[in-house]
Design a protein around this ligand. Structure first.
Ligand code: AMP
Length: 286
């Protein structure tokens, strides 16, 4: 497994692979890898086959964190990440530094951003106003570095995947976007690097996210429910966990992300909940 640390070195390697007719799959991550990430690596391998190249990028992208967020304490363990990627059969790691991704950023000299203006208005975009600008910018830069044929993202970040898909279409990247299912712990909690922040009580109460999704699923099985009513019921359920505080609960169309007033089978639900200071998200089709 080879490691590349600059866009230029990564591009040179990618061009050699392309000339040899090898397809490239990219799995972008912020590291501190868990089995949810590794399931994306396995999906990437399925997409390009044994002859293809699977590249995992690990980069904690500063522009997608607000100044008040957890950039400086975001968990990191490169040694372990490397071992996991090697064990999973990844071919290459792309580990760029801030200095190569945002040249001159501290001097204010970095000035080109990619902004998606439609799908980013609600949910994560509303709660974290600068987040998606950072995401679309860094993913575009990763695409331009790794030159993948396929890029694999997790359904755990449903809105992010929709935004990336839109950006890929709008900017004509010749890349197939694949969205792989959410990996979960035994009790249903979506795997996340941020779960490492939870203390034992918060970890136990964090199942309120999956329990909310399941309760909403059960409710719509009996027929359509007004979104306002179901939203209230979900908030009441979340309030039973003392450490939990709702950021948002939304019901929307899976593809367009347009909010609905009537929730029925097949409507998508997403929620963001603080457990203590840790903000967790989850989503699913009802
Ligand atoms: P992150 O390292 O959190 O930025 O995530 C990198 C990629 O892994 C994104 O495409 C996420 O959607 C995906 N991902 C994170 N958690 C999970 C999970 N539990 N299951 C599947 N994919 C995930």
């Amino acid at each position: 497994m080879k490691t590349y640390q600059t866009p230029a070195a990564m591009q040179r390697a990618a061009q050699v692979w392309k000339r040899a007719g090898r397809r490239i799959a990219l799995v972008p991550t912020m590291g501190f890898l868990h089995d949810g990430h590794m399931s994306l690596v396995r999906e990437a391998r399925r997409r390009v086959g044994a002859e293809g190249i699977v590249v995992v990028s690990i980069y904690v992208n500063p522009t997608q964190f607000a100044p008040s967020e957890d950039l400086s304490r975001y968990p990191r363990d490169l040694k372990r990440d490397r071992a996991l990627c090697r064990a999973e059969g990844a071919d290459a790691l792309f580990l760029p530094s801030d200095a190569v991704m945002y040249p001159g950023r501290d001097l204010g000299a970095y000035s080109t951003y990619v902004v998606e203006e439609c799908l980013t208005q609600r949910m994560e975009g509303a709660s974290r106003p600068t987040h998606f600008r950072g995401v679309t910018t860094i993913v575009a830069k990763l695409f331009n570095s790794v030159l993948p044929d396929v890029a694999v993202f997790g359904a755990k970040d449903w809105q992010q995947a929709a935004v990336i898909r839109r950006m890929t279409t709008d900017l004509n990247f010749p890349i197939r976007i694949v969205v792989a299912p959410t990996g979960r712990a035994g009790d249903g909690l979506a795997l996340s690097s941020r779960n490492a922040y939870l203390n034992p009580e918060e970890r136990e109460q964090a199942t309120v996210l999956i329990r909310s999704l399941e309760a909403a699923r059960a409710a719509v099985r009996r027929g359509p429910v007004p979104a306002a009513q179901l939203g209230k019921a979900v908030r009441r359920l979340i309030a039973t966990a003392p450490a939990a505080r709702v950021d948002y609960v939304e019901f929307f169309d899976s593809e367009s992300l347009e909010p609905v007033t009537e929730v029925r089978k097949g409507t998508h639900m997403a929620l963001a909940v603080f457990l203590g200071k840790t903000r967790l998200i989850d989503n699913g089709r009802l």
